[in-house]
Design a protein around this ligand. Structure first.
Ligand code: ADP
Ligand code: TRP
Length: 343
């Protein structure tokens, strides 16, 4: 292989940076896949990409060390099984990059406390307490409150231009921009305010019960569940009591709303017609959806199971990623320290 020319180096340099993270708080599901993992992996060819496991974000809710480890490996194995190539993507664990936490402090000094009061997760917890007649901050840890600052540090440390995520992360990205701009306002152009990359058609994937598919609602279809379990999960999708003959609105149907992301356009058109005119039962479409998912994920599931049985391989990949990430992190943090006069 010939050495890269100056021109090649420059085009490489000009690649925009895409970064995203996922918490190890549960087994990855179809919502994570469609909303974040798949779009993120599609960016690899055009962007310099960094993807990571946000384990310290997970600590706001996970308090069992075995769970923390298990889900960390699950998330890592999921990305790798779905085609993440560690030679192309910097793939690491958040906790391996101590600079993130130093930058979190710096950024917290540029974050309005009022902004954090209005963050959805915190505000939701406060509202739930109020509704239950409890103390406003009952059971809420400061980690949950500061969550958005840690997330801003994850992103800003690596100068990310775009952050592929689902709709639920939009507010976090807006805050990250505000924080970067607040710093830049004082010290001049230093930090990159990132943009959320949210794909309209997969921004909110619905779960078994029609609410947003989420680990915290227990309404997920797990990506790599064994066939039998996968079928069980699909069969649990909630439907109304319409008979096969009755016309149905495909756009208001929990099965169809997942099905349409996996079927071919011809299959979608056919079932859309059958739904609207009557002539297909929910059981039939569930079976079709199950078969599609089973087929789509057969190969990655095998790779996933191999990786889960060989955690040393995962460790080696993440360690290699951490080294690369570390080099970038050090540079940004030095720059920040110089700007604020602590160097
Ligand atoms: P969960 O809600 O299951 O805990 P996470 O918060 O770990 O999921 O989300 C990880 C990534 O997957 C985020 O980018 C998030 O926006 C995306 N995501 C999660 N659930 C969905 C969904 N139902 N539809 C679209 N994207 C989703
Ligand atoms: N908050 C994100 C979620 O719940 C996870 C996350 C942490 C993240 N740090 C990030 C996502 C940085 C994108 C970029 O899914």
């Amino acid at each position: 292989m010939t050495a890269p020319t100056q021109e090649m180096k420059q085009t490489q340099k000009k690649k925009k940076i895409a970064l995203s993270g996922i918490k190890p708080t549960g087994t990855p599901h179809v919502g994570n896949y469609l909303g974040m993992i798949k779009p993120a992996l599609e960016l690899v060819k055009d962007y310099q990409t960094l993807y990571f496991i946000a384990d310290y974000h997970g600590l706001t809710t996970i308090r069992d060390k075995r769970e923390m480890k298990q889900h960390t490996y699950e998330v890592a194995a999921t990305f790798l099984a779905l085609g993440l190539n560690p030679d192309e993507v910097i793939f690491y664990r958040q906790s391996d990059i101590p600079e993130v936490f130093e930058l979190t402090w710096v950024l917290s000094c540029f974050t309005g406390k009022g902004w954090l009061n209005r963050a959805h997760a915190y505000k939701g917890a406060v509202d739930a307490n109020t509704a239950a007649g409890h103390d406003t901050d009952d059971g809420i840890n400061a980690g949950l409150f500061n969550y958005p600052v840690l997330m801003a540090a994850d992103i800003i440390l690596f100068n990310a231009d775009v952050v592929p995520v689902g709709q639920d992360q939009r507010q976090h990205l807006e805050m990250t921009r505000d924080i970067a701009n607040a710093f830049n306002y004082v010290y001049g152009d230093t930090l990159v305010p990132p943009e959320a990359l949210i794909r309209e058609e997969v921004a909110i994937i619905t779960g078994l019960d029609g609410r947003k598919m989420s680990k915290s609602y227990g309404n997920t279809i797990e990506l790599f569940a064994a066939s039998k379990q996968l079928r069980k999960q699909v069969m649990r999708i909630v439907t109304d009591s319409r008979t096969p003959e009755e016309p149905k609105n495909p756009d208001e149907n929990n099965i169809f709303n997942i099905y349409k992301h996996f079927a071919t356009p011809a299959m979608i058109a056919e079932n859309r017609k059958k739904y609207t005119e009557g002539g297909v039962g929910y059981g039939d479409l569930k079976q079709e959806l199950f078969e599609l998912l089973d087929e789509t994920f057969t190969e990655p599931r095998e790779r996933y199971n191999e990786l889960m049985a060989n955690r040393k391989e995962i460790d080696a990949i993440l360690n290699q990623g951490a080294e690369k990430a570390h080099r970038i992190a050090r540079k940004t943090l030095s720059k920040v320290r110089r700007r604020i006069g602590i160097d």
